[in-house]
Design a binder for this molecule. Structure first.
Ligand code: PPE
Length: 305
């Protein structure tokens, strides 16, 4: 998605003009992938833009930082307010929000401990992550030949910037192969997640998703889907899945902040089909919930003003 200059970017306490939001080429994180980040969405509601589960995203940012021994030099409250402020300043009715904690300029060499810790928050408009066509009719996925990293190699529980080179290997392989997105197996061969989404399958009216121990990120959309499904009376189980469970599922969808709920219509050239009833129902409830149209989920929205 090509970016267009927007209003302002929050950098260490100040809103700076978009074109001036720059870092030095000797920024530690640029060399060693030593940052943590979040992806959040703000949606339009009757009461103006609201950021979806903002406090939980910021809490995950701190957990990611803790895993990497990065001390964020701001309180969570400051970053929550900064996200709201940046959305407000953009004037955008809906947008993607990207807080980034990175190790800055001043020290080189692997040891991250002496590095300054910087924080930025940018927002931009972001449409259907896997395309409008995919959102409506489902995407075509490929099981990657690249494995998701093991928790004792690179922890999937953290959203670390450098971890995403693993996702990028898988993504490029899928795109070059003519697919929309990659599914990643863990080192044991069980399904972990997609390159940037969690995954669910429907079988006999129930939903199954890999457990976090299989190497999936603790997805906030995943959690929202589980809540919505259970509130609809649908059983949801965490279960280790193998690739053939995906091929033979009644329905498959992936979910994430950027991808929202995206149906999957094909995996490794096996047809799963057009979006099924469970996928469509959950998509519909999620779509309404994020826009403040479902009373039961009102607590998920944090208004920017
Ligand atoms: N797994 C991975 C690996 C992942 O990156 C994401 C989000 C998820 C699961 C879903 O998590 P959640 O957003 O909390 O439901 N991926 C982000 C990055 C997308 C990007 O291209 O950048 C996102 O959706 O914001």
């Amino acid at each position: 998605m090509p970016l267009e200059a927007n209003e302002k970017i929050w950098m260490d306490g100040k809103l700076v003009p978009w074109d001036e939001a720059k870092v030095h080429v000797l920024t530690h994180s640029l060399h060693y992938g030593s940052g943590v980040f979040e992806g959040i969405r703000a949606y339009p509601t009757k009461k103006g833009p609201a950021i979806f589960r903002l406090t939980e995203h910021v809490a995950r940012l701190y957990r990611s930082a803790k895993i990497y021994t990065i001390e964020i030099p701001y309180t969570a409250e400051t970053l929550i307010d900064a996200c709201k402020e940046t959305v407000r300043a953009s004037g955008l009715p809906e947008c993607y929000v990207r807080p980034l904690v990175y190790l800055g300029y001043g020290e080189m060499g692997l040891n991250p401990l002496p590095c300054p810790v910087n924080v930025s928050i940018a927002v931009w408009p972001w449409g259907a992550y896997l395309g409008d066509e995919g959102m409506q009719h489902g995407v075509r996925m490929k099981i990657s030949s690249w494995r998701r990293h093991d928790p004792n190699i690179i922890p999937p529980a953290a959203k670390g910037t450098g971890q995403y080179i693993n996702s990028q290997l898988a993504k490029v392989e899928a795109i070059r192969g003519g697919y929309d997105e990659a599914i990643m197996l863990n080192p044991q061969g069980f399904v972990a997640e997609a390159s940037g989404e969690n995954i669910f399958i429907a079988r006999d009216g129930e939903l199954l998703t890999p457990p976090l121990s299989a190497g999936a990120l603790i997805g906030i959309t995943r959690d929202s889907v589980i809540r919505i499904a259970r509130d609809l009376g649908v059983n949801v189980h965490e279960a280790d899945l193998v690739r053939t469970d995906l091929y033979t599922a009644d329905e498959v969808f992936v979910c994430g902040t950027a991808a929202e709920i995206t149906p999957v219509r094909e995996i490794d050239d096996r047809v799963v089909g057009e979006p099924g009833p469970l996928t469509k129902k959950i998509q519909e409830v999620f779509h309404s919930a994020v826009r403040g149209e479902v009373e039961r989920y009102a607590g998920w929205l944090e208004y920017v003003s």
